[in-house]
Ligand binder design. Structure first.
Ligand code: NAD
Length: 353
């Protein structure tokens, strides 16, 4: 059956990197139809709305969505409702994309880009599964109040229901099944009751996934282990706040923001795929952007939403091949390599395929 992919190029380098990613997708000769729509600043300019109704309708109908990036100085002074970021947060919440999957992969060819010693990070391949629509970032009540003694007090609520934990847990177990079959659940169960429940639900779920080995780690230790010996992990699953922090730390182990894809999935495996970086207005329109994070996001899309596992592997192997050939965009350039433009990098991946 034909699958539908909606492409949202967005702003800044978004259209440049998405063009290359779409070329790569087209090379695979899969039964996929591609449509595109406006989001972010580009949508504000034409419709006055960062998430036009037409985009949302197309997004709901699509099997998967590929996003470039949104934002830029042109719209920074806009009122909140007309800010590009509002479009991004809007589409994530409207589609209930509660599971954020962020791999941190360090290709051996780029080991020097990391601030950690090459032997600690070379060959790193971990996946962080972060709950994206619940936890302390959304819990009620929240606010800043003035107490009777006149002192101000800030407060938030850290809350997860069993069903919220269960659905992110299932995504993580299933992701682990597709990889190294090891899942580490991150909590703070020595202090926070919410994560005592988190841990219990993960244990219950483990019975449904006997092929996956489940372990638990406290978040403070996890932060330490990520910089001490990150290769010990396969898949990590955690709540919104811990995941926010740990996934950025993990991303930086690789040292190169232009290489990192991400996925945000709903309950049925439908997802939005995007590079971890932003719209890089400083290099937009200059052919300098690294398209590999977006191309690798296409690989994630094929693996997690379109069930084309072999095609996903092919893209990842093609990316490895161009790195082996010594081709580099400016952000990952090192001595002895060949500097290429955004388009040349995309063409090289197509050729490698
Ligand atoms: P950024 O990720 O856009 O850029 C940070 C630095 O990394 C810049 O020097 C940029 O040139 C470089 N960079 C980023 N992607 C690159 C790539 N593919 N190839 C080569 N170099 C790359 O972050 P920022 O500068 O903080 O934000 C710029 C705009 O992007 C802002 O408007 C911000 O709100 C927006 N933003 C959007 C998203 C998103 O759409 N998901 C995420 C983060 C930031």
């Amino acid at each position: 059956m034909t699958k539908n992919v909606l492409v949202l190029p967005g702003d800044g380098i978004g259209p440049e990197i998405v063009t290359e990613a779409v070329k790569v997708l087209g090379t695979l000769n899969l039964d996929i139809e591609i449509d595109s729509a406006l989001i972010g600043g580009a949508a504000v300019d034409i419709t006055g709305n960062p998430l036009p109704e037409e985009t949302l309708v197309k997004a709901r109908a699509a099997d998967a969505i590929l996003l470039g990036a949104v934002g830029g100085p042109k719209w920074d002074a806009n009122p909140m409702e007309q800010r590009p970021e509002k479009g991004l947060l809007g589409i994530r919440s409207q589609l209930e994309l509660f599971a954020n999957l962020r791999p941190a992969i360090l290709y051996p060819q780029l080991a020097e880009a990391s601030t950690l010693k090459p032997e600690v990070v070379s060959g790193l391949d971990i996946l962080i599964v972060r709950e994206l629509t619940g936890g302390i970032y959304f819990g009620q009540p929240r606010g800043i109040r003035t107490l009777e003694n006149g002192e101000r007090e800030g407060y938030n609520t850290y809350v997860y229901s069993e069903s919220e934990i269960r659905r992110i847990g299932r995504q993580a177990f299933e992701a682990a099944q597709k990889r190294g079959k090891r899942l580490c659940s991150i909590d703070k169960s020595n202090v926070l009751e919410v994560t005592v429940l988190w841990k219990e639900v993960m244990e219950e779920l483990a019975k449904d996934y006997p092929d996956v080995e489940l372990t638990h780690m406290l978040v403070d230790n996890a932060a330490m282990q990520l910089v001490r010996a990150p290769k010990q992990f396969d898949v990590m699953v955690t709540g919104n706040m811990f995941g926010d922090i740990l996934s950025d730390a993990a991303a930086m182990l690789t040292g190169s923001i232009g290489m990192l894809p991400s996925a945000s999935l709903d309950e049925n495996g439908k997802g939005m795929y995007e590079p971890c970086h932003g719209s890089a207005p400083d290099i937009a329109g200059q052919g300098k952007a690294n398209p590999l994070a977006t191309i690798l996001s296409v690989a994630m899309m094929l693996r997690y939403s379109l069930n084309e596992l072999a095609a996903a592997d092919r893209i990842e192997q093609a990316v490895e091949k161009v790195l082996d050939q010594g081709l580099r965009t400016a952000d990952i350039m090192s001595e002895g390599c060949t500097l290429v433009s955004t388009e040349e990098m995309g063409e090289a991946v197509v050729a490698a395929l």
